[in-house]
Design a protein around this ligand. Structure first.
Ligand SMILES: Cc1cc2nc3c(=O)[nH]c(=O)nc-3n(C[C@H](O)[C@H](O)[C@H](O)COP(=O)(O)OP(=O)(O)OC[C@H]3O[C@@H](n4cnc5c(N)ncnc54)[C@H](O)[C@@H]3O)c2cc1C
Length: 545
């Protein structure tokens, strides 16, 4: 098929992403339109439904279900972790809707762990109460399994696997669909008056990260290229305890392990985190990550260690079967020896700016899940609030869509494919393979550069060095253009890195997960969001500031 005559498919709503946010939003849209069997929802994923960051989530979902706990306590913890940058209205929505979402998930068939008949709850860092629900240490897998089965059972939802969304179709500033590359390497148009980006985070932009390979920041890059507002991208949460074994991926050792009583120690056995914060291992993640980072630098050691000796072996076996299995694969017996750990990029707090109903600054375009910035996380996410956010805001988004009652026949086809796809892409297979090899090299250099210059500790000199190299790669990539996944994802990662580093240079203070050693203090004057639209960057007051 030639680039000028792409295949066209029309839907009433398109959801891009098959993680918690995408699956749940598609189901909620289906429920909103259950009365209309002709209402068609397209659910697009670039892999299969089982592959997402959600599938990798371990610890659980935060929700007030215990009678001694209260939504106000949950809100207080969330606001405290967010360090002055949470939108209070969004936090209120989050904590007050949590219990309802858990009830709905249980009704859909999610099998959370129980103590007898009541839902079992664990403690995670910076939560003042035990309020994290879990399904052993594979909570995300339990969610994806159940939600995907529900999605596949709905005739109103059509799943398009192996379909990589490239960019948005805009006509007169209104979003009416997407361009995508299907599994036959053809460019297709998917049109709908409602487009929901649920594409997850972008932590793959760092060489050291806990995310699946698919977390390449596609949604943020796509929305930004289309002119949407994106917000607070400098705030990336670094997890203090990723498995640190040469050759092993940075597998996450869940915070729940510390919540259940594990200690962070150095080679000499010292619980060093107390020297950095009186809350020790259970201080917020940015503090623990910086403590580990600083202690690694001070001691010159390659790793710190997580010691599980204080947890009863039966509890370890019951709560962390997957961690036991993965560590065993790397010859670490967690019952007998401490786990070598190091910090790694884990979660992106910033994203596409949305209101509390999921609407972005572009009419017709919505965002939900990790790619969105609803305002609930502020400068640092409270552990286990992110899965909850997918459900709470996915449901609200579906309600907002229903209330608008848009007509798919009104969707207009854009007149042109973006230049990059129409003419610049390589056609010859030999040229494509050479271009893709060069693109792969840029990708790994980019990941190393971002880790070095925009990692746990940042300063102007490093960030500016990083930015100028990234701008060079952005131009080089245009020349290497090909319709291949490596090119498309590297382009998105490069745009994501550009936005992240520009935001990190802009914010001349330290707050939450953003630490500038040249501006180590938190400044009241910086209690504002960092917003980027096209090339413009500016500070924006909080809604209720
Ligand atoms: C190891 C790990 C452990 C975690 N543990 C927890 C936890 O215990 N509790 C918690 O609350 N949070 C946890 N998180 C964070 C949480 O898992 C994520 O924030 C959440 O799952 C994000 O869901 P999502 O649906 O927004 O994105 P994802 O689950 O990442 O799904 C993104 C989807 O978008 C698709 N996609 C992306 N780009 C495109 C494109 N261009 N075209 C088509 N499809 C595309 C992908 O294929 C995928 O289906 C963890 C994260 C990791 C990595």
């Amino acid at each position: 098929m030639s680039a000028s005559s792409p295949k066209i498919e029309k839907f009433d709503a398109l959801v891009i992403g098959g993680g918690a946010a995408g699956l749940y939003t598609a189901l909620c849209l289906q429920q909103e339109y259950a009365h209309n069997p002709n209402y068609r929802i397209g659910l697009v994923t670039k892999d299969e439904l089982q592959i997402s960051a959600t599938d990798w989530a371990q610890g659980g979902i935060a929700a007030v279900v215990d009678p001694s706990d209260r939504p106000e306590f949950h809100a207080e913890d969330t606001l405290k972790a967010g360090n002055g940058l949470c939108e209070p209205a969004a936090v209120e929505v989050l904590v007050n809707s949590a219990k309802r979402q858990i009830e709905q998930l249980v009704a859909l068939g999610v099998d959370f762990d129980r103590d007898g008949t009541t839902l079992a709850l664990t403690l995670e860092a910076a939560h003042s109460r035990r309020r994290v629900l879990h399904a052993a240490d594979t909570t995300g897998r339990a969610l994806v399994h159940t939600l995907a089965a529900q999605v596949l059972a709905q005739p109103q939802i059509q799943v398009l696997n192996q379909t990589l969304v490239l960019d948005l179709c805009l006509v007169a500033g209104i979003c009416g669909g997407v361009y995508a590359l299907n599994s036959h390497q053809e460019i297709i148009y998917l049109l709908a008056p409602v487009v929901v980006l649920a594409t997850g985070g972008g932590a793959q932009v760092f060489a050291q990260n806990t995310n699946p390979p698919s977390s390449t920041g596609d949604g943020v890059a796509i929305a930004w290229r289309a002119g949407a507002l994106v917000r607070d991208l400098e705030f990336v949460q670094f997890h203090p305890t990723a498995l640190a074994i040469p050759g092993a991926p940075r597998f996450l050792i869940s915070e729940a392990v510390r919540g259940e009583g594990a200690y962070l120690i150095d080679r000499s056995g010292d619980r060093f985190t107390f020297a950095y914060d009186p809350r020790g291992e259970l201080a917020p993640r940015d503090i623990v990550s910086r403590a580990v980072f600083s202690h690694l630098q001070q001691t010159g050691e390659p790793t710190m260690f997580l010691d599980l000796q204080a947890i009863a072996p039966e509890k370890i076996a019951h709560r962390f079967p997957n961690i036991i299995k993965i560590c065993q694969q790397w010859q670490v017996d967690i019952f007998a020896q401490p786990i070598p750990v190091t910090p790694a990029a884990h979660y992106c707090m910033g994203g596409i700016t949305t209101d509390t109903m999921g609407a972005t600054s572009i009419p017709g375009l919505y965002a939900v899940g990790e790619c969105a910035s609803t305002g609930v996380h502020g400068a640092n996410r409270l552990a286990s609030n992110s899965l909850l956010e997918c459900f709470v805001f996915g449901e609200r988004l579906a309600m907002a869509v229903r209330s608008q009652n848009l007509d798919p026949s009104s969707t207009k086809l854009p007149e042109f494919l973006p230049l990059a796809w129409k003419s610049a892409c390589k056609q010859d297979p030999i040229q494509i393979s050479e271009a893709d090899n060069n693109t792969a090299k840029i990708k790994s250099q980019l990941q190393e550069l971002v880790w070095k210059t925009a990692g746990i500790v940042r300063d102007r000199e490093g960030l500016e060095l990083g930015l100028s190299q990234i701008e060079t790669w952005q131009i080089e990539l245009i020349k290497l253009c090909s319709n291949s996944r490596i090119w498309i994802e590297t382009r998105n990662l490069t745009d994501y890195a550009y936005l992240l580093i520009r935001s990190a240079i802009f914010r001349t203070e330290s707050r939450g997960a953003h630490f500038r050693q040249d501006f180590p203090k938190t400044e009241i004057s910086w209690q504002v969001h960092t917003v980027i639209q096209a090339e413009k960057i500016y500070a924006q007051l909080l809604d209720q500031a």
